[in-house]
Design a protein around this ligand. Sequence first.
Ligand code: NAD
Length: 292
Amino acid sequence: MQILDGKIVSQAVKDALKIKTEALKNSGKKTPHLAAILIGNNGASETYVASKVKSCEEVGFKSSFIRLPDTVNESDLVAAIEQLNKDEDIDGILVQLPLPKQISEAKIINVINPDKDVDGFHPMSVGKMVQGLPTFIPATPYGILLMLQHYNIETKGKHAVVIGRSNIVGRPMSILLSRNTYPGNCTVTICHSHTQQLKEICLQADIIVAALGIPGFLKAEMVKENAVVIDVGITRVADETKKSGFAIKGDVDFINVAPKSSYITPVPGGVGLMTIAALLINTYNACEQKSL
Ligand code: NAD
């Protein structure tokens, strides 16, 4: 069993981006600039946005952080995004999800200029991804592809089972793994909350991507010997032994699944770090596109 180490792979991505960003600057081109909008005081969202902003600094990008109260109305949020759409110095815009109830996620995603849609959630980006055209790929599935690539994991002809069908992880992951390229060329089964005989389906998987948000859901008896196991789940679970009062748990029963797997991602230290690395690549590409 080998650990797929998000720390090592994301650092390699960041090191390469730092050099490329320096080169951009030295050739007189603009510095990549990511704008992040955070609404309300959700602890997990605050942590994600803080990590994204910090990672921008690490690779030499500029970042702007816009905080809005959770009482913000839809039109004020739209106005804030339109401002960023117009701002020529901003290359990438991310609106941290989830949004407060009074705001339509679909509407907000639609307002982001597709050229700045570094999260890859805009219908235009999704459509291009489905057709295999160059576009921004959602950061979490993109990060997983980078991880598979880094460890040279064979995907061609493999049966990949994706658990979860959200627009940000499961669904794009299933599409990307089925593409006629590497990593891809998998036969993909996408599972969700209405899937029957999930255990039997998982037992047929050469690659399992668990993205459902239920800590420890994927048990050893659901996993075939030597499967590749990718754990996307991030759930805060109360833990009095931690200073923060909580521990981060993945969707995989890691202790029991790891010995059966050929490769496995830990939580924390796996897919979460790759998500940020992929977001940085998208932001760099958004900037470079503009600098051409
Ligand atoms: P979501 O709640 O939008 O979707 C969950 C999906 O799981 C749904 O499609 C649902 O049908 C499916 N599901 C729920 N219960 C199921 C069951 N019993 N059996 C089979 N399928 C079931 O969640 P999401 O936004 O896709 O996130 C999933 C998890 O990944 C969460 O823990 C989230 O925090 C985490 N996440 C991590 C990263 C990262 O960078 N590592 C990024 C995004 C999300």
